[in-house]
Design a protein around this ligand. Structure first.
Ligand SMILES: [Zn+2]
Ligand SMILES: [Zn+2]
Length: 327
């Protein structure tokens, strides 16, 4: 197999020949057809997340077909199309796993961070954490759903039932969540980098009733806001934008420091919370809805060997939607 490998944080990924791997008990081998690029990959690249596997093959939005099955795997077959998400393994016995909160497992493995991921021609996955994808939808269009879609879905659920929703940071997750929220009859207000009129127009094309810079006030008070951008300074802005009892959900794995803010923007039962990872149930719930909602992802594709370019373009905000690597 071939892979784009991160040998050391803050260095470019290197195109590497690796021996083919065999699935162990409970595992599958997947021939990769497409792998999305996520902002978390930049955090892995930049060494911003603790205790990564090193060297590591990044990538956790994998669409592929099973081409080998280890012992003890039930319900999956050779040739079946599956998606491999960020949550790659959980212990099953810690208090969080037992309480159906496996997203907070005490001993998890994460695809493309603490176990090898999808910037490669093949990967080995824990079979229990692979989602059957069926045959509807192209490999490229499905790839961003495996993290941006799933984390987006979890954060949308956590934002509550309010009808007015602010989305701060309109990238891969934002553009999927806007479509789901519209389907739920919510009014979406999109906040982008100040002056980014291209992304604001993109947000409106997906049904946002308003789009503007994150430095602008929302035109009406919001029931909830979800922050996908990695900018801590957005937290007090979002708290100011939500009404009494409103929620602000921080959906990123990493964020710059949050500046201090006056208590009165949190008071009146506003809630500030974060979303971490996903559960398999999130994936089952969300992927079942995808065909009904008719989510269309906007993607820019790159050959796998150009992963460094895709990551650089993501960092620079050069495309709307999501980048997808093709082996
Ligand atoms: Zn991700
Ligand atoms: Zn656990």
């Amino acid at each position: 197999m071939k892979a784009m490998v991160l040998n050391k944080a803050k260095t470019p990924l290197e195109w590497t020949d690796l021996p083919d791997r065999q699935p162990g008990a409970g595992q599958i081998r997947v021939k990769i057809l497409a792998c999305g690029v996520c902002r978390t990959d930049l955090h892995v690249l930049d060494g911003e997340l603790p205790n990564p596997k090193s060297p590591i093959i990044p990538g956790h939005e994998i669409v592929g077909r099973i081409d080998a099955i280890g012992s003890g795997v039930d319900g999956l077959s050779i040739g079946q199309r599956v998606g491999i998400p960020w949550l790659g393994h959980t212990c099953g016995v810690c208090p969080y796993c037992k309480a159906h909160r496996e997203n907070l497992c005490d001993a998890p493995l994460f695809t493309g961070y603490t176990r090898d991921g999808g910037f490669a021609t093949a990967t080995i996955a824990d079979a229990r954490f692979a989602f059957p994808l069926g045959e509807t939808g192209s490999d490229v269009s499905l790839a961003p759903l495996l993290c941006a879609g799933l984390i987006g879905w979890r954060s949308l659920v956590m934002s509550g039932d309010g009808k007015t929703l602010g989305i701060y940071g309109f990238g891969a997750a934002g553009h999927i969540v806007a479509q789901v929220a519209k389907w739920q009859d919510k009014k979406v207000f999109a906040f982008t980098r100040p002056g980014d009129t291209g992304t604001q127009a993109f947000a409106k094309s997906l049904g946002a009733v308003w789009a503007g810079g994150s430095d602008e006030a929302a035109p009406e008070p919001l029931d909830a806001a979800i922050i996908y951008a990695t900018v801590g300074a957005l937290v007090p802005l979002a708290l100011k934008a939500v009404k009494k009892g409103g929620r602000v959900v921080c959906a990123g794995i990493h964020m710059s420091d949050i500046p201090s803010f006056p208590y009165n923007i949190l008071w009146e039962e506003r809630q500030l919370l974060s979303v971490a990872n996903l559960t398999r149930q999130d994936g089952i719930d969300f992927l079942a809805l995808v065909p009904t909602i008719g989510i269309v992802t906007k993607t820019t594709t790159y050959p796998l060997q150009q992963a460094n370019q895709a990551l650089a373009d993501l960092r620079a905000g050069k495309f709307d939607g999501a980048a997808v690597l093709l082996p």
